[in-house]
Design a binder for this molecule. Structure first.
Ligand SMILES: NC(=O)c1ccc[n+]([C@@H]2O[C@H](COP(=O)([O-])OP(=O)(O)OC[C@H]3O[C@@H](n4cnc5c(N)ncnc54)[C@H](O)[C@@H]3O)[C@@H](O)[C@H]2O)c1
Length: 333
């Protein structure tokens, strides 16, 4: 176990019963027993540890996004591929039964040929505010790059095989102006076969809004059928006269939608939910060599470029033609 913050590292090491802990990633990765790595540093600090593990060719589970800069993400992807490091990205929502079943049904052609997708993501502002406070450059922390990427990953996964041809987007910045970023982005993707996808994310909802983080609705229409996914998390409601604690010890609420914290919930001293499934599945991938639903590093990189293409379109007011490279994104941003 490694954390550059000695206090955090000691606590993590104690919590997990780590055999070894250090504040120096090279010291950790150079140990002979290390044969895989989880990189779960905060979103803007993935690059150095991912590079260190990729240089050693280690299999990795990297929290999303691979990097917050397009060029850095492209460089990491090429290092990962050159060194044959089996790297997957932490798009935890793929491990939820509802999205796995949706994937199975859409993939089996139950809807016919998909023509139209709509997605609406609303986020409690508390999580993004925490991300901005930890970030070196909050301007890179846009709603699409940090949070919309989960919806984008799920929708692109459901639409596997379809290639986006262009995107047009608009953003608004009001509530989050003090944090140096924007509130919401809406965009329309058009695919090479004519499929259209309208996506909206707003991550500036009031802190008292009941979901802990994400609330999502998706509608997918095909030539033979329709699939709707209500992931607004209203099925377990806790209301109390004395405000109760939530996932964050400093936060109290009177009304909460339980089980709405994306990684999962602590019960009986353990984490239950998508991140547990994701991690156990990743361990099985390593020790049994089985295929798993994880997002690959190449898909993670493409997700980053698509989220950035939306930000670019919103900034410049243009339609952005796809695919787009990291150099084009940085050159035009
Ligand atoms: N998939 C999900 O549902 C989900 C949910 C929450 C967070 N995340 C992701 O998990 C990651 C971590 O989020 P968090 O909220 O736990 O962050 P955090 O800020 O609470 O913890 C990150 C830790 O990384 C340490 N760190 C930073 N740079 C380091 C380095 N170079 N080497 C070693 N340690 C370093 C920090 O000291 C800190 O203790 C982020 O990428 C975030 O996007 C994913």
């Amino acid at each position: 176990m490694c954390d550059i913050d000695e206090g955090a590292e000691k606590k993590l090491a104690e919590d997990t019963g780590a055999d070894f802990f250090t504040t120096d990633i090279d010291e950790l990765l150079d140990r002979s027993e290390v044969n895989a790595a989880i990189i779960a540093t905060d979103a803007s600090t993935h690059v150095a540890p991912v590079r260190a593990a990729a240089e050693r060719g280690l299999p990795m589970l990297v929290e999303k996004p691979l990097a917050t800069g397009a060029r850095e993400s492209a460089e990491l992807l090429s290092l990962i591929e050159r060194n044959g490091s089996d790297t997957v990205i932490g798009y935890t929502q793929r491990f939820r039964r509802r999205f796995l079943v949706a994937k199975e049904k859409v993939g089996a052609g139950e809807l016919g040929d998909v023509t139209t997708v709509v997605s609406l993501a609303f986020l409690n502002s508390l999580t993004p505010i925490g991300v901005f406070q930890a970030a070196e450059d909050p301007r890179q922390m846009t709603p699409m790059v940090i949070s919309g990427t989960h919806t984008l990953d799920i929708c692109m996964w459901l639409l596997a095989g379809k290639k986006p041809a262009e995107v047009y987007a608009r953003s608004v910045a009001k509530a989050f102006v003090p944090y140096g970023t924007k509130d919401a982005t809406m965009g329309v993707f058009t695919f090479e076969d004519g499929t259209i996808w309208n996506m909206c994310i707003n991550w500036a909802l009031p802190s008292l809004w009941p979901p802990t983080v994400y609330s999502l609705e998706i509608g997918i229409v095909g030539t033979d059928g329709v699939l709707t996914i209500d992931d607004t998390q209203r099925d377990l409601v806790l209301a109390s006269d004395t405000p109760h604690t939530t996932q964050r010890p400093t936060e109290r609420k009177s009304v909460s939608f339980l089980t709405s914290y994306p990684p999962g919930d602590i019960a009986l001293g353990q984490l239950w939910g998508p991140m547990r499934e994701e991690t156990n599945s990743w361990l099985a991938r390593i020790y049994m060599g089985i295929d798993t639903p994880h997002t690959t590093a190449a898909e993670g990189h493409e997700n980053l470029l698509l989220t950035m293409a939306m930000d670019l379109s919103a900034a410049n007011g243009d339609v952005v033609k796809l695919p787009i490279t990291a150099e084009e994104i940085e050159g035009r941003g």
